[in-house]
Structure formats: C-alpha cells, structure tokens
Design a protein around this ligand. Structure first.
Ligand SMILES: [Zn+2]
Length: 253
C-alpha cells in the first residue's frame, strides 16, 4: 500500500498514480480539459479583508479520470477540496523565490478506488463492507475504520464464531472482544491483528480520538493479510504444487 500516494495532497499537473478500480492495472489520469476548480463563497469574499493572504483560499474541484490501460479506458469521476500553499523555488539565477501553488485533496471517486486486494473467495458479506469503507476513506477516515471493524465482525461470523450465548432461555450478544477469544487455534496468529482492527474501528465509532488516514491504512493492511492467509494462502498453494510435481517426479499436468 502506497501511503503517500493516498494521503498527500496533489498538484493538478502531477496527479498521483491512482490505480484503476476496474482493471486493477492501469493508472488513472486526469482527462484533459476536465479539471475544474472554483473558490467557495467564504474564500471569495475573504479577498477584500486587509490581512488576506493566498493561504486563505479554499477550492472545490471535479475532474474526469481515464484509465491508462488501452484495453480498459475506464472513466472515474473525482472530486474534492483544494487550498494554496507556498514553496521556495530558485529562479534562473539561483535566487530563491517564494511561489504559491494550488494543492488538492480527493474526497470522492465514483466508481470508488480499491485500496487493498480482496481474494475472490472472500465472502460477499465481508467484501461489501470493505467496499463501503473504500468509498468513505478519503472523506471520512473514522467512518471508513468503522466499516473495517464491521467487516471483521462478519469475517468472524463466516468463520463460525458464534454471535450469541443463551443462558436461562435469554439470548445475549457476545461482544467482538470475546468473539476474538473464541477463535480456534488455527486462527491464533490473527487474534492480535483482529484486536487491533477492533480498537481502530472503535475509535472511529465513538469519536474519542480522531482517526487518521494512517490509522485506516493500518486496519487495511492487517485485514489484507488476514484475508490473504485465510482465503488465498500462498504456502498451502505452493505445498500443493510441490506435492503434485514430486508425485509425478516431473512436470504435473
Ligand atoms: Zn482500467
């Protein structure tokens, strides 16, 4: 996961290499002539203030992005916010000069980006919540973290970890923390990781602390690893190939 690509603001002449959500191979490039930014009303009106500086500027933008893969050419709409920041640039005589530049932050993509690899065999209940999280990642990291937590709850259900206990004929919810404890030994390596996703998700839902994009990316990386190990285990696949070849004592058909 390229964290800088996802979290740093960009300049419209040099947009990040966002990967196409449809073919997963091409890079999304801003379609010429489609990037439009405009100043918000408060920002426009502030120009008349005596202390006004370019850093006060606030933009919104929209653009069309096109996948660079000739076989795909998917179209994605991007929108977000922008501001002005300064940088020191040397002129042709090597004299440092302060220049102002526009910087933009994406808030929405439609269709949304796919921020981690989800194995094909991953249950739909888990996948759909992760997709929901990807939609929210740029605009609301805390809501995105909350959805990863919800996806992990669904994963435990898919792994047959019970959700209720019954005592005296009453059904009681088993909380996520206790459910993690019920994971059978083969999933033991994931317990700490799932617990970490839970804490990040909790922070997202209770608003006790601000959830950053890095926090959500932590949750994504943990989730990606867990799903890969459960639904697309490399070691298991490689062992099966070795077994097949060794049995034939040559290339296996
Ligand atoms: Zn594409």
């Amino acid at each position: 996961m390229d964290r800088k690509l996802l979290k740093l603001p960009f300049r419209k002449e040099n947009s990040p290499d966002w990967v196409c959500p449809t073919c997963n191979k091409g890079i999304l490039r801003i379609k010429e002539g489609t990037f439009h930014e405009a100043e918000l009303r408060n920002s426009r009106e502030a120009h008349s203030h005596e202390a006004w500086e370019p850093e006060w500027i606030n933009y919104v933008y929209t653009c069309m992005l096109v996948c660079s893969n000739d076989k795909c050419k998917e179209i994605v709409v991007g929108s977000g916010t922008g501001s002005v920041d300064w940088d020191i640039v040397e002129d042709e005589n090597g004299v440092p000069d302060q220049v102002y530049e526009d910087y933009f932050r994406p808030k929405h993509f439609e269709p949304h980006l796919r921020l981690i690899h989800i194995p094909d065999d991953c249950p739909e209940t888990v996948t759909s919540l992760l997709n929901e999280s990807f939609k929210l990642f740029f605009s609301s990291p805390s809501a995105a973290a909350n959805n990863v937590r919800a996806a992990i709850e669904e994963l435990l259900t898919e792994l047959n970890i019970k959700r209720f206990s019954t005592s005296n004929g009453k059904r009681r919810f088993i909380n996520l923390h206790q459910r993690i404890g019920l994971l059978p030994p083969k999933y033991a390596p994931f317990k700490d990781m799932i617990l970490a996703i839970k804490w990040l998700g909790n922070a997202g839902s209770h608003g006790h602390s601000e959830v950053t994009m890095d926090d959500v990316m932590d949750a994504y990386e943990l989730t990606e690893h867990i799903l890969q190990e459960i639904y697309e285990p490399k070691l298991k696949k490689l062992k099966a190939i070795a077994k097949k070849v060794n049995k034939k004592k040559g290339p296996a058909k």
